[in-house]
Design a binder for this molecule. Sequence first.
Ligand code: 7TS
Length: 405
Amino acid sequence: MAYNVQDIRAQFPILNQKIHGHPLVYLDNAATSQKPLVVINAISDYYLNYNANVHRGVHTLSQRATDGMESVREQVRAHINAKEAAEIIFTRGITDSINTIAFGLSSIVSKGQNVVITEMEHHSNIVPWQMLCERTGAELRYFPVNAHGELVVDQIDTIIDKDTAVVSFNHISNALGTINPVQLLLKKAQSVGAWTLVDGAQSGPHAMVDVQEWDVDFFTLSSHKMYGPTGLGILYGKRERLEALPPYQGGGEMIATVTMKESSYAGIPHKFEAGTPHIEGIIGFGAALTFVNELGIENIAAHESELLAYAVEQCSSIEGFRIIGDSLNKASVLSFVVDGTHSYDLGVLLDQQGVAIRTGQHCTQPIMDAFCVSGTARASFALYNTKEEIDLFKAALVKAVNMLK
Ligand code: 7TS
């Protein structure tokens, strides 16, 4: 199927509006993507026709809702090639997924061991590990980043050693766009028997991942960055790893038996899904996955790479324009500063011209510090963006810079 961006845009009515009198140019996709009609319709179909709680009722609506939710679990399994659907846990988001694992490892990681992350992690892949290290006395280590925004892996044999308990890092950086050498890091981590986690927040919408090929222990995705609803994350875990961890939260539906004295827990995935799940979100995410897969993630990635190359070419002529993170291997994130301006001011002036970008630290303060910037302006491209929008973005940026200098 030919990639027809105008047909695709017709699926996203939100894009067809004016902001401050200008056509909306939405370039904040790394924060959250817009939702196509098929997702919105799937959610409204759920509420119009089969809203009920899941795994609880014998009645027909509850059965339909349960079947709908469980069919998405199977869809996600197939999407990332997990061995079984029980290895797919529905969480509240990437943050919730990582906290679930970091909490669960509290009684497994101990003093004398270390936890390895990277300098380009989102705070949600830093703070839970710092908290784990505080609880256990383990040491937190990280891979530094070079001037191109790539991981420096020369010291891999000293950073990951026989005492490494956990290695956790992102597949693609939200602040820089860098695509990390996942298999290199995983192989080393596996050679010392460490637990491994890959944060796929930014790769979900751009790259196909096969968790069995990677042989990773945990992999997490965000629905809302993949054209699905907010408030939903996917946590994949290998059966034996998930079974070895205690549940993160206690409550309904995660138990086998409860007496006034004690409780025993259900098997996976339910052990990690206490309480009523985000049923509408899961149903909507199923529709989002179908949408993305019908377009083809490779086709989407090729379209976005073209947009990134075009944006870089267009913006390079702006005086003082500096890209933060110019690895050759990167996804469609353009993080930049313009010397003599503040990213926040650029963001406000772009918004006044209809262009939505993100500014600031992107919840990645350590990598901002490493680049000695207080923050960046970030344009991130999605499957519905066009070269015409990049022309509007560039024109708006030039105008903003001229106003500020
Ligand atoms: N990890 C990465 C790599 C991310 O990009 C994000 C969100 C998260 C984790 C956290 O996801 P959450 O859904 O649990 O909040 N990143 C961004 C961003 O770049 N701008 O806003 C949110």
